[in-house]
Design a protein around this ligand. Structure first.
Ligand code: PHE
Ligand code: ZN
Length: 905
């Protein structure tokens, strides 16, 4: 599919561009079949390098003309590039004319059509699918863009920056035409270019920022969706306010636009001044969006907005530095959501959700075929490296930097030191394309006394080494000397291309807890007095020892508080210790973690021993106490009472039998449902939310807990043959005042395999048949129902033929295929390998339509070599079948080739 791109690109091969492009003047004659692009550039040779030809990227476009200083020149095509020799010295004008076909662009990279409008997606290498260019992030130019299109079909014409002119043109064969001219004063890399031409309407808001400047914020959507834009706009306003308050980073544009599009490969895109969003992260009203959707919108709107500084004002020198913008911006959006949440527990809930995500997606990635460092060393297809490692682990690396610039007295969390670092980063690099090293150096230099500054070269191993480090801790209490010694080891397992690893710098936030639940004062050997009850130990060797003095009783250690580093911790705590932490830990994260560990121990025992799971009274009693706890938030309780996912359990095992894990977890859920029956009734009834819908953390937490309770009650009822609770769930489903409760009730029915589930699903489809995002939920819910006798898999296959299903729309494709293959292990991993056949068929189909999306779904097989038989063999065969497809895209080829390389390991 992509000629000439199936080569390995290496970080160490980076060289500066041979030419600079200073300005770009683009004119588009927009037509779905044949769009004409006129591209006039001011180009200059990079005099730091030897004289050489200009080589421009281009892909799937038709060249019609090349002019240098208005005269035609000779050119050639070589390795998929347009090569021009013999160029003048100094600044010259290069004009390229070409055409492209937006309607046939099913890859959704470059210029494409969706819902009758034109949209672009240029990150990472989509601009070359629009015109010939030096399509690399270190070439930054000032853009002027003129759009011409039919006026009735495309009344709205947008591009980056400010509108400088607009008006009518002569009527064309298809009716009146018009134009708009935009100018973006900020030099930018081509991946931040965007245009939109469509029939849209906008919610608008004027704001005045601290400096007294006025700005126009707009959220563009299709007609009819305007009433679903309030939350996105509120989130945008909150983002502007937050970035100015926390990091002194103001909005630098007169106009900031968000546009929603129904066909989009990713979540959203931070194009300068013109963010383009998947509708999923813009559109919400209480009737169609859940609390989770509302939270997702807030965080993605924040994320893209924050990119305006971290990504756009300072961008990446090359794509190996992707985490420079993504890790940092994820960190920023996580902090934003936490600050918006307010209370300490609401912050902790957000942190727990983020860590759960990291463990579920990034840890397996780091242990599988696609393992790569936060700053990768090589890639075939850069689109395959928009990963949980670059994003989420990258954010953890930034978070550790913040922790390591903290100091116990004045800035325990490191917030001030980190904000200082950000300020220095911008004073050094604003307007430039830089590296992860530049970033880390700025944070360290702004905090010269910090642990980060002292250990920077070693700290940066986090950027260079793949794999999740293991930290193993053992405590020893010595009663006569009243000392407590923690011995802590770190090890890192080999990963592809990295057999041996060096020790990391690991910030380990910790406390000690007495048997009565009291937090103990912490005084290390050699210190004159205790320093608080929580501190950050810094590990930097394979093995470290920390001795605490004046410890009166044997404590329970609470380690890795707040998940202070992305590691797997083995703390060797017994159940009794975990129960103490669950009851008393002042760190809400570790409190949650203790509960998860108790559940995990039981699940693992059942899976390993092949014995049916039988929950003990201690565990059930602890869960009951937690559920009724007078001080804990409902949102926290919901997280704590949800056992670890099947995927997380699988990660703890070397030979994974997904069916056995499923059975154990299902048994745990049923026993929790039965043993706590009265408590679930209480939880359901006492967490109803009265009044109008609001997605705030308190109300959404109450809804989450009530919905969990309802699912538990239905599970218990179905097992007993009782019809009351399913009946109540059905009533609630029918009468729900918002989507969270409606979907919650529907989930209770489907997950418990209640008979009424069928009726409810039909009704749900009828009610929402015109709401694409809700129909996605309808597909996903059916595909993620806990498997029972193969029914769920059979239904998913059936749904492929449903008239609403389409592989062309990424959200819809994901709602069925990713939901089944990635989020429903027991339905997917079957004895008869039918799930793998299903997977291979879909990847092969999708590869010809949208290779980026196909490659994402192909990632399901990352961990295939860790499966037990017969799963492993079935998965291997499916992989080989995909690998053998003629004209397989380089995107999917990279994924399946790497997966198959695991065979020998
Ligand atoms: N840069 C986008 C983000 O993180 C993600 C993205 C990558 C979108 C590539 C489209 C294509 O917000
Ligand atoms: Zn991003």
């Amino acid at each position: 599919m992509r000629e000439g791109t199936a080569t390995l690109i290496r970080r160490e091969d980076y060289t500066a561009p041979a030419y600079w492009i200073k300005t770009v003047d683009l004119t588009f004659d927009l037509d779905p079949i044949k769009t004409l692009v006129i591209n006039r550039m001011q180009v200059e040779r990079n005099t730091a390098l030897p004289v050489q030809p200009l080589k421009l990227h281009g892909e799937d476009i038709m060249l019609t003309r090349v002019l240098v200083n208005n005269e035609s020149v000779s050119f050639r095509h070589e390795d998929g590039m347009l090569v021009i020799d013999n160029l003048p010295e100094g600044l010259f004008q290069l004009e390229i004319r070409n055409t492209c076909c937006p309607e046939k662009n099913t890859q959704l990279s470059g210029l494409y059509t969706s819902g009758g409008g034109f949209f672009t997606q240029c990150e990472a290498e989509g601009f070359r699918r629009i015109t010939y260019f030096l399509d690399r992030p270190d070439v930054m130019a000032v853009y002027t863009v003129t759009l011409r299109a039919a006026k009735t079909q495309y009344p709205v014409l947008l591009s980056n920056g400010n509108l400088v002119e607009q008006g009518d043109m002569m009527t064309g064969v298809y009716g009146p035409r018009h134009f708009a001219k935009w100018h973006d004063p900020f030099p930018k890399p081509s991946y931040l270019f965007a245009l939109v031409a469509a029939d849209l309407v906008a919610r608008e808001q004027h704001i005045r920022t601290r400096s007294g400047k006025d700005h126009l914020l707009q959220v563009y959507v299709r007609r009819g969706d305007l009433e679903k834009t309030e939350h996105a706009m509120n989130s945008l306003v909150a983002s502007v306010v937050w970035d100015e308050a926390r990091f002194k980073l103001p909005l630098d544009l007169e106009r900031f636009m968000i546009v929603a599009v129904g066909d989009f490969n990713m979540g959203a895109m931070e194009n300068k001044g013109l963010n383009i969003f998947n509708t999923k992260f813009v559109l919400a009203n209480p009737a169609t969006a859940t609390d989770v959707d509302y939270a997702g919108i807030e965080s993605v709107v924040g994320h893209e907005y924050f990119h305006n500084w971290t990504g756009n004002r300072i961008t990446c020198r090359d794509w190996f530095q992707l985490s420079l913008k993504e890790g940092l911006t994820v960190f920023r959006d996580q902090e934003f959501s936490m600050d918006m949440a307010g209370t300490a527990t609401a912050r902790a809930v957000k942190r727990i959700e983020d860590v759960r995500q990291l463990r579920q997606l990034q840890f397996p990635e780091d242990a599988g075929a696609m393992a790569h460092p936060v700053r990768p060393d090589s890639y075939v297809e850069i689109n395959n490296f928009y990963t949980a490692t670059v994003y989420e682990k990258g954010a953890e690396v930034v978070r550790m930097m913040q922790t390591l610039v903290g100091n116990h007295q004045s800035d325990p969390l490191g917030r001030e030191g980190f904000a200082r670092g950000i300020t220095l980063y911008f004073s050094r690099f604003d307007g430039q394309a830089v590296t992860c090293d530049d970033f880390a150096q700025a944070i360290a230099d702004a905090n010269p006394q910090s642990e980060l500054a002292k250990q920077l070269p070693q700290f940066k191993r986090w950027y260079a080494q793949a794999g999740t480090p293991r930290v193993s801790a053992r405590g020893r209490y010595d009663a006569p000397s009243r000392t407590y010694t923690l011995g802590i080891e770190q090890t890192a397992l080999p990963s592809p291309g990295q057999p041996a690893k060096q020790a990391y710098v690991i910030p380990l936030a910790m406390g000690l807890i007495g048997r009565d639940g009291q937090a103990l004062p912490l005084q290390l050997e050699g210190e004159a007095q205790p320093v608080g009850t929580e501190r950050v130990l810094v590990l930097n060797e394979a093995r470290s020892f920390f001795t605490f003095v004046n410890v009166d009783v044997e404590p329970v250690p609470s380690l890795l508080r707040g998940f202070s580093a992305p590691v797997v911790l083995a703390d060797h705590l017994a159940d009794a210790d975990l129960l103490t932490l669950l009851q008393h830990d002042t760190d809400p994260f570790n409190r949650w973690e203790a509960g998860q560990r108790l559940a995990l121990n039981r699940l693992l025992a059942a899976v390993k021993d092949e014995a049916p799971l039988q929950l003990d009274d201690a565990f059930i009693g602890a869960m009951r106490t937690l559920l009724h706890h007078p001080e804990l938030d409902a949102a926290f309780k919901e997280l704590a009472l949800t056992p670890p996912s099947e995927a997380y359990v699988a990660e703890q095992l070397s030979a994974v039998d997904p069916q056995r894990i499923h059975q154990a977890r299902e048994a745990m859920l049923l026993q929790l449902a039965q043993a706590l029956r009265d408590d679930w009734v209480w939880a359901f009834e006492s967490h109803q939310v009265k009044g109008g819908y609001s997605p705030d953390p308190v109300s959404s937490g109450r809804r989450a807990l009530a919905n969990l309770a309802l699912t538990m009650l239905c599970r218990d009822a179905i097992a007993r043959g009782d019809v009351v609770w399913p009946g109540r769930a059905y009533e609630r489903f029918k009468d729900a005042g918002n989507m969270t409760d409606r979907l919650g009730a529907l989930t209770a029915l489907t997950h418990s395999h209640a008979e009424l589930a069928e009726l409810a699903l039909q009704r749900f489809h009828m009610l929402f048949k015109d709401e694409a995002l809700v129909i996605d939920k309808w597909f996903a819910l059916q595909a993620t129902t806990p498997e029972k006798d193969g029914q769920v898999f059979a239904r998913a296959k059936q749904l492929l033929k449903h008239r609403d299903f389409s592989l062309k729309n990424p959200n819809r494709a994901r709602s069925l295929i990713a939901a089944l293959c990635m989020n429903n292990p027991a339905a997917f991993h079957r004895n008869d390998a039918a799930g793998y056949v299903f997977w291979a068929d879909r990847i092969i189909e999708l590869d010809s339509i949208n290779p980026q999306l196909a490659a994402r779904l192909a990632r399901v097989m990352d961990r295939w070599s860790q499966l037990a038989e017969p799963y492993r063999s079935g998965a291997g065969e499916a992989l080989k079948r995909v690998a053998a497809k003629p004209d397989l895209s380089s995107d999917v080829a990279e994924i399946v080739t790497r997966a198959l390389q695991q065979e020998s390991t």
